[in-house]
Design a protein around this ligand. Structure first.
Ligand code: AMP
Ligand code: GLY
Length: 429
């Protein structure tokens, strides 16, 4: 029996998911909403469908028989799209709105961590800007000011001085730069150390941990410049101590899954704690309720098992019945971005050199679409992610950059140091 998948999202992560699903003998049709030029290689794109509109997504799923919905990004989950689908009997890979709150409300995540005994930085939550500013003035020091709600990865200000923290509070709570998401802010203790992303499949009861990976958020080499959605990724981080890895799996991921389940919040999908390895031990920076992007691009090529089988098992609450196996290979993913990103950028520029796939290298398209003539053109900030596998990180890195140099579009920029400083500094604040 085959399964017809409705995949929500349209980034590099969704191309990687589509690519992996297409390797499954169980896949019937694949429909992506809105999709991109990458997902279009494996099925139809429902470009006009708003992935955050529960009723529209339910209607699209109803047109597919034997459908499974897989939700890529956080916004549809926070909007309750998974709940709308489940209410109509469509199995979904993606948590309920109540469980997705672990990402969509940082104050909820802090409370959950507090109650479950999960280590994280101290933070105070404020609904009143005066009170938040008073707190910063009183305690001084270095703070991180975070918008409570979803802010497309831009709601976090890492501040060197109290003055910067006051300005960040003002911008979020008075200036409203993050809209509703910034009406409540957290003022958090600034932590230091290298960062790593933990990912796990879970059906709310069983947990299958994925390998660790590391994102590179700042736009320029050497972690300089403003933060982006992620400029590159590698897996595994050889610098991560085995005992720290196990501690994160047991004392963070598994505890969070148990706490969500105990509170009656249905969690079926990927849980991804973003971690900082401090001198005092691993600390949670944030929880995400979905695959990271670009982390998915580096993780899925390492997955040996059938992704569709795993997603179906998760959706039906029987993850314990399937095998989830990973290769020992290393992967490095380099993002090529539009000129100006993460600020303003032009779109519609022709992309050359993407070509077919070479052995051990994938070009996952993100902000890229084909025009009527079939020409591949830029359509977003992060345009694509070149991912290579290798016996070592150095080998994967060399292969990835060889492929990157063959691709071009006007204004293209990328970091040249992805996975290069394997000493634990990558991604470190
Ligand atoms: P987020 O949007 O929550 O992923 O945060 C973006 C980045 O801000 C993280 O990857 C960290 O580099 C940084 N960050 C978040 N929280 C803290 C913290 N408590 N201390 C230092 N840096 C932080
Ligand atoms: N790579 C960071 C994120 O997906 O949130």
């Amino acid at each position: 029996m085959s399964t017809n998948v409705l995949l929500l999202g349209g980034g590099g992560r969704e191309h990687a998911i589509a690519w992996k699903l297409a390797q499954s003998p169980r896949l019937g049709s694949l429909s992506s909403a809105p999709g991109n030029a990458g997902t279009a290689q494996y099925g139809e794109n429902l470009a006009g469908l708003d992935e955050n509109d529960g009723a529209a997504v339910v209607a699209a799923a109803a047109r597919l028989r034997e459908a499974l919905a897989i939700v890529g990004p956080e916004a549809p989950l926070a909007a309750g799209v998974a709940d709308a689908l489940r209410a109509e009997g469509v199995p979904v890979f993606g948590p309920s709105q109540a469980a997705a709150k672990i990402e969509s409300s940082k104050s909820f995540a802090k409370e959950l961590m507090h109650d479950a005994g999960i280590e994280t930085g101290h933070a105070a939550t404020f609904d009143d800007p005066e009170a938040a500013m008073h707190y910063v003035r009183r305690f001084g020091g270095e703070h991180v000011v975070k918008a409570d709600g979803l802010a497309a990865g831009k709601g976090v200000a890492v501040c060197d001085t109290p003055g910067e923290a006051l300005a960040a509070i003002e911008a979020a709570m008075v200036g409203g730069v993050f809209g509703e998401a910034g009406a409540r802010v957290l003022v958090e203790q600034r932590l230091r150390g290298p960062e790593t992303s933990a990912h796990a499949f879970t059906d709310g009861t069983s947990v299958a941990h994925m390998p660790f990976s590391c994102d590179h958020k700042p736009v320029f080499d050497g972690d300089r410049g403003p933060n982006t959605g992620g400029m590159g990724v590698y897996s595994p981080p050889g610098w991560l101590a085995e005992e720290d890895a196990r501690a994160i799996e047991c004392e963070v991921t598994e505890r969070a899954v148990a706490a969500l389940s105990a509170s009656g919040r249905e969690y079926r999908g990927v849980l991804y704690p973003g971690m900082m390895m401090t001198a005092d031990g691993p600390r949670v920076i944030e929880f995400n309720c979905r695959f990271g992007d670009p982390e998915a691009e580096a993780l899925l090529p390492r997955l040996r098992s059938d992704l569709l089988e795993i997603c179906e098992a998760v959706a039906h609450g029987r993850l314990a019945d399937v095998k989830v196996e990973w290769s020992d290979e290393a992967t490095v993913g380099v993002v090529m971005a539009s000129g100006g990103y993460p600020g303003g950028y032009e779109t519609g520029l022709p992309i050359s050199g993407v070509g077919g796939s070479d052995y051990g290298v994938q070009v996952f398209l993100a902000g890229a679409q084909r025009d009527e003539a079939g020409v591949l053109r830029t359509a977003g900030g992060r345009v694509l992610c070149v991912v290579a596998s290798g016996a070592s990180l150095a080998e994967a890195r060399a292969t990835a950059y060889d492929r990157v140099r063959a691709i071009s579009f006007e204004g293209a920029h990328y970091r040249t140091d992805i996975g290069a400083r394997e000493g634990g500094m990558d991604g470190g604040a």
